[in-house]
Design a protein around this ligand. Structure first.
Ligand code: GDP
Ligand code: MN
Length: 386
Protein backbone atom coordinates (compact mmCIF):
# COMPACT_ATOMS: atom_id res chain seq x y z
CA UNK A 1 0.00 0.00 0.00
CA UNK A 2 1.28 3.44 -0.96
CA UNK A 3 0.97 6.54 1.17
CA UNK A 4 0.41 9.95 -0.38
CA UNK A 5 3.19 12.48 -0.01
CA UNK A 6 1.32 14.43 2.68
CA UNK A 7 0.71 11.25 4.70
CA UNK A 8 4.32 10.17 4.37
CA UNK A 9 5.59 13.56 5.39
CA UNK A 10 3.36 13.55 8.49
CA UNK A 11 4.84 10.15 9.32
CA UNK A 12 8.38 11.45 8.75
CA UNK A 13 7.64 14.54 10.84
CA UNK A 14 6.37 12.36 13.70
CA UNK A 15 9.84 10.80 13.76
CA UNK A 16 11.49 14.22 13.91
CA UNK A 17 12.54 14.42 10.26
CA UNK A 18 12.47 18.13 9.35
CA UNK A 19 9.80 19.05 6.78
CA UNK A 20 8.28 22.41 5.91
CA UNK A 21 4.78 23.22 7.18
CA UNK A 22 2.00 22.46 4.74
CA UNK A 23 -1.71 21.80 4.36
CA UNK A 24 -3.87 19.67 2.08
CA UNK A 25 -6.40 21.41 -0.17
CA UNK A 26 -9.06 20.06 -2.51
CA UNK A 27 -10.16 23.36 -4.11
CA UNK A 28 -8.37 26.50 -5.34
CA UNK A 29 -10.06 28.50 -2.56
CA UNK A 30 -8.70 26.14 0.08
CA UNK A 31 -5.26 26.37 -1.51
CA UNK A 32 -5.46 30.17 -1.33
CA UNK A 33 -6.37 30.13 2.36
CA UNK A 34 -3.62 27.65 3.10
CA UNK A 35 -1.11 29.82 1.23
CA UNK A 36 -2.19 32.84 3.31
CA UNK A 37 -1.54 30.96 6.52
CA UNK A 38 1.82 29.72 5.22
CA UNK A 39 3.12 33.19 4.38
CA UNK A 40 2.29 33.41 0.65
CA UNK A 41 5.37 31.92 -0.97
CA UNK A 42 4.40 28.26 -1.38
CA UNK A 43 4.76 25.18 -3.51
CA UNK A 44 1.57 23.42 -4.68
CA UNK A 45 1.91 19.70 -5.29
CA UNK A 46 -0.41 17.10 -6.79
CA UNK A 47 -1.21 14.23 -4.41
CA UNK A 48 -1.45 11.15 -6.61
CA UNK A 49 0.14 7.73 -6.44
CA UNK A 50 2.53 8.37 -9.31
CA UNK A 51 6.13 9.38 -9.58
CA UNK A 52 7.36 12.13 -11.88
CA UNK A 53 4.79 14.66 -10.78
CA UNK A 54 7.29 17.49 -11.19
CA UNK A 55 7.83 16.64 -14.85
CA UNK A 56 4.10 16.25 -15.46
CA UNK A 57 3.37 19.79 -14.25
CA UNK A 58 2.11 18.59 -10.86
CA UNK A 59 4.53 20.67 -8.76
CA UNK A 60 4.36 24.47 -9.06
CA UNK A 61 5.66 27.40 -7.06
CA UNK A 62 3.46 30.37 -6.21
CA UNK A 63 4.52 33.80 -4.90
CA UNK A 64 1.24 34.75 -3.24
CA UNK A 65 -2.14 33.29 -2.25
CA UNK A 66 -3.85 34.33 -5.52
CA UNK A 67 -1.20 32.62 -7.55
CA UNK A 68 -1.50 29.57 -5.29
CA UNK A 69 -5.20 29.39 -6.16
CA UNK A 70 -4.37 29.69 -9.85
CA UNK A 71 -1.79 26.92 -9.92
CA UNK A 72 -3.95 24.73 -7.67
CA UNK A 73 -6.78 25.10 -10.18
CA UNK A 74 -4.50 23.98 -13.01
CA UNK A 75 -3.06 21.05 -11.03
CA UNK A 76 -6.48 19.87 -9.83
CA UNK A 77 -7.48 19.52 -13.50
CA UNK A 78 -4.50 17.31 -14.32
CA UNK A 79 -4.37 13.59 -14.82
CA UNK A 80 -0.95 12.19 -14.01
CA UNK A 81 -0.30 8.72 -15.43
CA UNK A 82 -4.09 8.39 -15.86
CA UNK A 83 -4.77 9.28 -12.23
CA UNK A 84 -6.99 12.28 -11.59
CA UNK A 85 -5.59 14.77 -9.07
CA UNK A 86 -8.13 15.24 -6.27
CA UNK A 87 -5.91 16.85 -3.64
CA UNK A 88 -2.92 19.13 -3.52
CA UNK A 89 -0.39 19.73 -0.79
CA UNK A 90 0.32 23.40 -0.24
CA UNK A 91 3.66 23.77 1.55
CA UNK A 92 5.91 26.64 2.47
CA UNK A 93 8.41 26.97 -0.38
CA UNK A 94 12.07 26.33 0.26
CA UNK A 95 15.10 27.97 -1.26
CA UNK A 96 17.07 25.06 -2.62
CA UNK A 97 20.88 24.96 -2.56
CA UNK A 98 21.25 21.27 -3.35
CA UNK A 99 19.06 18.22 -3.97
CA UNK A 100 20.05 14.73 -2.82
CA UNK A 101 18.29 11.38 -2.87
CA UNK A 102 17.97 9.29 0.34
CA UNK A 103 16.04 6.04 0.44
CA UNK A 104 15.84 2.67 2.16
CA UNK A 105 14.34 -0.41 0.55
CA UNK A 106 14.67 -4.16 0.70
CA UNK A 107 17.25 -5.96 -1.43
CA UNK A 108 15.59 -9.36 -1.75
CA UNK A 109 18.58 -10.92 -3.48
CA UNK A 110 20.90 -9.84 -0.66
CA UNK A 111 18.19 -10.54 1.94
CA UNK A 112 18.98 -7.23 3.57
CA UNK A 113 17.67 -3.71 3.73
CA UNK A 114 19.69 -1.39 1.53
CA UNK A 115 20.28 2.32 1.98
CA UNK A 116 20.47 4.08 -1.37
CA UNK A 117 21.75 7.66 -1.55
CA UNK A 118 22.92 10.04 -4.24
CA UNK A 119 24.16 13.60 -4.31
CA UNK A 120 22.43 13.93 -7.70
CA UNK A 121 18.84 13.87 -6.37
CA UNK A 122 15.79 15.59 -7.82
CA UNK A 123 13.47 14.84 -10.69
CA UNK A 124 16.13 13.16 -12.85
CA UNK A 125 17.21 10.48 -10.36
CA UNK A 126 16.03 7.60 -12.61
CA UNK A 127 18.18 8.93 -15.42
CA UNK A 128 21.13 9.38 -13.08
CA UNK A 129 20.79 5.78 -11.91
CA UNK A 130 20.55 4.50 -15.48
CA UNK A 131 23.29 6.59 -17.08
CA UNK A 132 25.73 7.26 -14.25
CA UNK A 133 25.22 4.46 -11.74
CA UNK A 134 28.48 5.38 -9.99
CA UNK A 135 26.68 8.46 -8.66
CA UNK A 136 24.38 6.19 -6.66
CA UNK A 137 25.72 4.77 -3.39
CA UNK A 138 24.33 1.54 -1.92
CA UNK A 139 24.93 0.31 1.58
CA UNK A 140 23.49 -2.95 2.90
CA UNK A 141 22.39 -2.95 6.52
CA UNK A 142 22.78 -5.88 8.87
CA UNK A 143 19.21 -6.43 10.09
CA UNK A 144 20.48 -7.74 13.43
CA UNK A 145 22.36 -4.60 14.40
CA UNK A 146 20.31 -2.12 12.40
CA UNK A 147 21.79 1.04 10.88
CA UNK A 148 24.40 2.43 13.27
CA UNK A 149 25.28 6.05 13.87
CA UNK A 150 28.76 5.47 12.46
CA UNK A 151 27.35 3.95 9.26
CA UNK A 152 24.87 6.79 8.85
CA UNK A 153 27.65 9.36 9.20
CA UNK A 154 29.89 7.51 6.79
CA UNK A 155 27.11 7.30 4.17
CA UNK A 156 26.03 10.94 4.42
CA UNK A 157 29.67 12.04 4.43
CA UNK A 158 29.92 10.64 0.92
CA UNK A 159 27.05 12.89 -0.19
CA UNK A 160 27.90 16.09 1.71
CA UNK A 161 31.38 17.58 1.94
CA UNK A 162 30.17 20.11 4.50
CA UNK A 163 30.43 18.45 7.94
CA UNK A 164 27.38 20.18 9.36
CA UNK A 165 25.18 19.16 6.39
CA UNK A 166 26.53 15.60 6.67
CA UNK A 167 25.64 15.48 10.37
CA UNK A 168 22.09 16.71 9.76
CA UNK A 169 21.64 14.21 6.93
CA UNK A 170 22.99 11.35 9.06
CA UNK A 171 20.46 12.22 11.76
CA UNK A 172 17.68 12.15 9.15
CA UNK A 173 18.92 8.82 7.79
CA UNK A 174 18.82 7.26 11.28
CA UNK A 175 15.25 8.49 11.70
CA UNK A 176 14.36 7.11 8.28
CA UNK A 177 15.78 3.78 9.42
CA UNK A 178 13.54 3.94 12.49
CA UNK A 179 10.50 4.55 10.27
CA UNK A 180 11.29 1.61 8.01
CA UNK A 181 11.98 -0.83 10.84
CA UNK A 182 9.01 0.15 12.99
CA UNK A 183 6.40 0.53 10.28
CA UNK A 184 7.20 -2.48 8.06
CA UNK A 185 7.78 -0.44 4.93
CA UNK A 186 9.18 -1.86 1.73
CA UNK A 187 10.34 1.60 0.67
CA UNK A 188 10.94 4.96 2.32
CA UNK A 189 12.31 7.69 0.13
CA UNK A 190 13.17 11.37 0.37
CA UNK A 191 13.76 12.95 -3.03
CA UNK A 192 14.80 15.65 -2.86
CA UNK A 193 16.54 15.96 0.48
CA UNK A 194 17.61 19.59 0.23
CA UNK A 195 19.97 22.04 1.83
CA UNK A 196 17.96 25.25 2.08
CA UNK A 197 18.94 28.93 2.25
CA UNK A 198 19.56 28.68 5.99
CA UNK A 199 21.82 25.63 5.61
CA UNK A 200 19.13 23.39 7.02
CA UNK A 201 18.74 19.88 5.60
CA UNK A 202 15.05 19.23 4.89
CA UNK A 203 12.84 16.54 3.36
CA UNK A 204 10.91 18.19 0.51
CA UNK A 205 9.14 15.05 -0.68
CA UNK A 206 8.18 11.68 0.75
CA UNK A 207 7.44 8.31 -0.70
CA UNK A 208 6.36 5.47 1.57
CA UNK A 209 5.33 1.98 0.48
CA UNK A 210 3.98 -0.20 3.27
CA UNK A 211 4.36 -3.95 3.12
CA UNK A 212 0.79 -5.28 2.87
CA UNK A 213 1.81 -8.34 4.85
CA UNK A 214 2.77 -6.16 7.80
CA UNK A 215 -0.26 -3.88 7.65
CA UNK A 216 -2.26 -5.84 10.21
CA UNK A 217 0.22 -4.56 12.79
CA UNK A 218 -0.50 -0.95 11.86
CA UNK A 219 -4.25 -0.30 11.84
CA UNK A 220 -3.53 3.45 12.06
CA UNK A 221 -1.68 3.29 8.75
CA UNK A 222 -4.28 1.00 7.15
CA UNK A 223 -6.75 3.82 7.78
CA UNK A 224 -4.76 6.08 5.47
CA UNK A 225 -5.65 3.93 2.46
CA UNK A 226 -6.99 6.09 -0.35
CA UNK A 227 -10.26 4.52 -1.57
CA UNK A 228 -9.58 6.04 -4.99
CA UNK A 229 -6.36 4.09 -5.33
CA UNK A 230 -8.07 0.78 -6.02
CA UNK A 231 -11.01 -0.23 -8.17
CA UNK A 232 -14.21 -1.61 -6.72
CA UNK A 233 -13.09 -5.07 -7.86
CA UNK A 234 -9.66 -4.82 -6.31
CA UNK A 235 -11.27 -3.77 -3.03
CA UNK A 236 -13.73 -6.64 -3.20
CA UNK A 237 -10.85 -9.07 -3.76
CA UNK A 238 -8.83 -7.68 -0.87
CA UNK A 239 -11.78 -7.83 1.53
CA UNK A 240 -12.46 -11.46 0.55
CA UNK A 241 -8.80 -12.39 0.99
CA UNK A 242 -8.19 -12.95 -2.74
CA UNK A 243 -5.14 -11.60 -4.56
CA UNK A 244 -6.23 -10.10 -7.85
CA UNK A 245 -4.29 -8.24 -10.49
CA UNK A 246 -6.03 -7.24 -13.70
CA UNK A 247 -4.13 -7.80 -16.94
CA UNK A 248 -4.97 -7.17 -20.58
CA UNK A 249 -5.70 -10.64 -22.01
CA UNK A 250 -8.98 -12.53 -22.53
CA UNK A 251 -8.49 -15.79 -20.61
CA UNK A 252 -9.79 -15.34 -17.07
CA UNK A 253 -7.86 -17.33 -14.46
CA UNK A 254 -9.04 -18.66 -11.13
CA UNK A 255 -6.27 -20.50 -9.33
CA UNK A 256 -5.29 -21.40 -5.78
CA UNK A 257 -1.81 -20.44 -4.67
CA UNK A 258 0.34 -17.65 -6.05
CA UNK A 259 2.91 -20.02 -7.53
CA UNK A 260 0.32 -22.07 -9.38
CA UNK A 261 -1.37 -18.87 -10.55
CA UNK A 262 1.92 -17.60 -12.00
CA UNK A 263 2.61 -20.97 -13.62
CA UNK A 264 -0.87 -21.01 -15.14
CA UNK A 265 -0.34 -17.54 -16.62
CA UNK A 266 3.04 -18.59 -17.98
CA UNK A 267 1.50 -21.63 -19.58
CA UNK A 268 -1.27 -19.58 -21.18
CA UNK A 269 1.42 -17.37 -22.72
CA UNK A 270 3.42 -20.45 -23.73
CA UNK A 271 0.47 -21.80 -25.70
CA UNK A 272 -0.08 -18.47 -27.43
CA UNK A 273 -2.89 -17.11 -25.28
CA UNK A 274 -3.19 -14.06 -23.09
CA UNK A 275 -4.21 -14.17 -19.42
CA UNK A 276 -6.83 -11.61 -18.35
CA UNK A 277 -5.74 -11.61 -14.73
CA UNK A 278 -3.78 -13.05 -11.88
CA UNK A 279 -6.13 -14.41 -9.27
CA UNK A 280 -5.17 -16.44 -6.25
CA UNK A 281 -8.19 -17.62 -4.26
CA UNK A 282 -5.85 -18.55 -1.42
CA UNK A 283 -5.33 -21.60 0.70
CA UNK A 284 -8.73 -22.13 2.24
CA UNK A 285 -11.85 -22.15 0.16
CA UNK A 286 -15.55 -21.60 0.39
CA UNK A 287 -18.21 -21.43 -2.29
CA UNK A 288 -18.60 -17.70 -1.49
CA UNK A 289 -14.96 -17.07 -2.28
CA UNK A 290 -15.35 -18.71 -5.66
CA UNK A 291 -18.51 -16.74 -6.27
CA UNK A 292 -16.69 -13.48 -5.54
CA UNK A 293 -13.77 -14.57 -7.70
CA UNK A 294 -16.10 -15.21 -10.65
CA UNK A 295 -17.77 -11.82 -10.18
CA UNK A 296 -14.41 -10.10 -10.18
CA UNK A 297 -13.11 -11.96 -13.22
CA UNK A 298 -16.28 -11.26 -15.20
CA UNK A 299 -16.32 -7.57 -14.33
CA UNK A 300 -13.52 -7.38 -16.90
CA UNK A 301 -15.26 -7.15 -20.26
CA UNK A 302 -12.24 -8.51 -22.13
CA UNK A 303 -12.67 -11.92 -20.54
CA UNK A 304 -13.97 -14.54 -22.98
CA UNK A 305 -13.34 -17.78 -21.14
CA UNK A 306 -12.50 -18.84 -17.61
CA UNK A 307 -9.85 -21.35 -16.61
CA UNK A 308 -10.04 -22.97 -13.17
CA UNK A 309 -6.79 -24.57 -12.15
CA UNK A 310 -7.17 -25.87 -8.62
CA UNK A 311 -4.77 -28.05 -6.76
CA UNK A 312 -6.73 -29.24 -3.75
CA UNK A 313 -4.75 -29.35 -0.53
CA UNK A 314 -6.34 -27.29 2.19
CA UNK A 315 -8.52 -25.93 -0.60
CA UNK A 316 -11.27 -28.47 -1.13
CA UNK A 317 -12.21 -29.23 -4.71
CA UNK A 318 -15.86 -29.83 -3.75
CA UNK A 319 -16.05 -26.31 -2.29
CA UNK A 320 -14.75 -24.90 -5.53
CA UNK A 321 -17.16 -27.02 -7.58
CA UNK A 322 -20.09 -25.82 -5.47
CA UNK A 323 -18.93 -22.24 -5.96
CA UNK A 324 -18.77 -22.69 -9.72
CA UNK A 325 -22.26 -24.20 -9.91
CA UNK A 326 -23.72 -21.49 -7.69
CA UNK A 327 -21.99 -18.69 -9.58
CA UNK A 328 -23.09 -19.93 -12.99
CA UNK A 329 -26.69 -20.30 -11.84
CA UNK A 330 -26.91 -17.03 -9.93
CA UNK A 331 -24.93 -14.94 -12.33
CA UNK A 332 -26.38 -16.50 -15.51
CA UNK A 333 -22.84 -16.84 -16.76
CA UNK A 334 -22.51 -17.69 -20.43
CA UNK A 335 -18.74 -17.72 -20.64
CA UNK A 336 -17.14 -21.05 -21.46
CA UNK A 337 -15.60 -22.50 -18.31
CA UNK A 338 -12.79 -25.03 -18.32
CA UNK A 339 -12.02 -26.77 -15.06
CA UNK A 340 -9.14 -28.76 -13.69
CA UNK A 341 -9.77 -29.84 -10.12
CA UNK A 342 -7.28 -32.20 -8.62
CA UNK A 343 -6.46 -33.24 -5.05
CA UNK A 344 -8.62 -33.09 -1.93
CA UNK A 345 -12.20 -34.25 -2.62
CA UNK A 346 -11.77 -34.25 -6.40
CA UNK A 347 -14.17 -37.19 -6.80
CA UNK A 348 -16.91 -35.34 -4.97
CA UNK A 349 -16.18 -32.25 -7.02
CA UNK A 350 -16.58 -34.16 -10.26
CA UNK A 351 -19.88 -35.54 -9.04
CA UNK A 352 -21.17 -32.09 -8.14
CA UNK A 353 -20.29 -30.77 -11.58
CA UNK A 354 -21.66 -33.86 -13.39
CA UNK A 355 -24.95 -33.83 -11.52
CA UNK A 356 -25.54 -30.14 -11.98
CA UNK A 357 -26.97 -28.86 -15.23
CA UNK A 358 -24.12 -26.38 -15.43
CA UNK A 359 -21.97 -26.73 -18.50
CA UNK A 360 -18.24 -26.87 -17.79
CA UNK A 361 -15.48 -28.57 -19.71
CA UNK A 362 -13.37 -30.84 -17.53
CA UNK A 363 -9.62 -31.18 -17.99
CA UNK A 364 -7.12 -33.52 -16.39
CA UNK A 365 -3.80 -31.78 -16.70
CA UNK A 366 -2.54 -28.26 -16.53
CA UNK A 367 -1.55 -28.27 -20.20
CA UNK A 368 -5.00 -29.46 -21.15
CA UNK A 369 -6.94 -26.93 -19.10
CA UNK A 370 -4.86 -24.07 -20.44
CA UNK A 371 -5.10 -25.15 -24.08
CA UNK A 372 -8.85 -25.70 -23.81
CA UNK A 373 -9.21 -22.30 -22.13
CA UNK A 374 -7.37 -20.52 -24.93
CA UNK A 375 -9.38 -22.32 -27.60
CA UNK A 376 -12.63 -21.51 -25.80
CA UNK A 377 -11.68 -17.83 -25.69
CA UNK A 378 -10.99 -17.82 -29.44
CA UNK A 379 -14.32 -19.46 -30.26
CA UNK A 380 -16.27 -17.67 -27.58
CA UNK A 381 -19.40 -15.87 -28.73
CA UNK A 382 -19.15 -13.51 -25.78
CA UNK A 383 -19.09 -10.01 -27.19
CA UNK A 384 -16.15 -8.18 -25.69
CA UNK A 385 -17.87 -4.79 -25.92
CA UNK A 386 -21.19 -5.86 -24.39
P1 GDP B 1 8.22 14.54 -7.86
O1 GDP B 1 8.63 15.06 -9.18
O2 GDP B 1 6.90 13.82 -7.94
O3 GDP B 1 9.25 13.71 -7.20
O4 GDP B 1 7.95 15.81 -6.92
P2 GDP B 1 8.88 16.56 -5.87
O5 GDP B 1 8.08 16.88 -4.68
O6 GDP B 1 10.14 15.83 -5.62
O7 GDP B 1 9.21 17.93 -6.59
C1 GDP B 1 9.89 17.98 -7.81
C2 GDP B 1 10.87 19.13 -7.83
O8 GDP B 1 10.21 20.36 -7.59
C3 GDP B 1 11.95 19.05 -6.78
O9 GDP B 1 13.00 18.22 -7.15
C4 GDP B 1 12.36 20.50 -6.65
O10 GDP B 1 13.33 20.82 -7.62
C5 GDP B 1 11.08 21.25 -6.95
N1 GDP B 1 10.51 21.73 -5.68
C6 GDP B 1 9.72 21.02 -4.83
N2 GDP B 1 9.43 21.75 -3.72
C7 GDP B 1 10.09 22.93 -3.88
C8 GDP B 1 10.23 24.12 -3.08
O11 GDP B 1 9.71 24.26 -1.98
N3 GDP B 1 11.01 25.13 -3.59
C9 GDP B 1 11.62 25.03 -4.79
N4 GDP B 1 12.36 26.04 -5.20
N5 GDP B 1 11.50 23.94 -5.57
C10 GDP B 1 10.77 22.92 -5.13
MN1 MN C 1 10.34 13.72 -5.54
Amino acid sequence: MNLHEYQGRDLFASYGIPVLPGEVATTPAEAKDAAKRLGGHVVVKAQVHAGGRGKAGGVKLADNPDQAAEVAQAILKLKIKDLPVRKVLVAKAAEIKSEAYFGITLDRAARRPVVIVSAAGGVDIEEVAAKTPDKVIRHHVNPKTGLTEAEALEISGRVYSNADHAKQAADILLKLWKVTSEKDTSLVEINPLVVDGHDKVLALDSKVVLDDNGLFRHPDLEELRDPDSETKWERMAREMGLSYVKLDGNVGCCVNGAGLAMATMDLIKYYGGDPANFLDIGGSSSPEKVLTAMKIILADKNVKSIVFNIFGGITRCDDVARGIVEAVKKGKIEHPIVVRLTGTNEEEARKILDESDVEVTPAKTMDEVVQLGIRAALRSKIDSVS
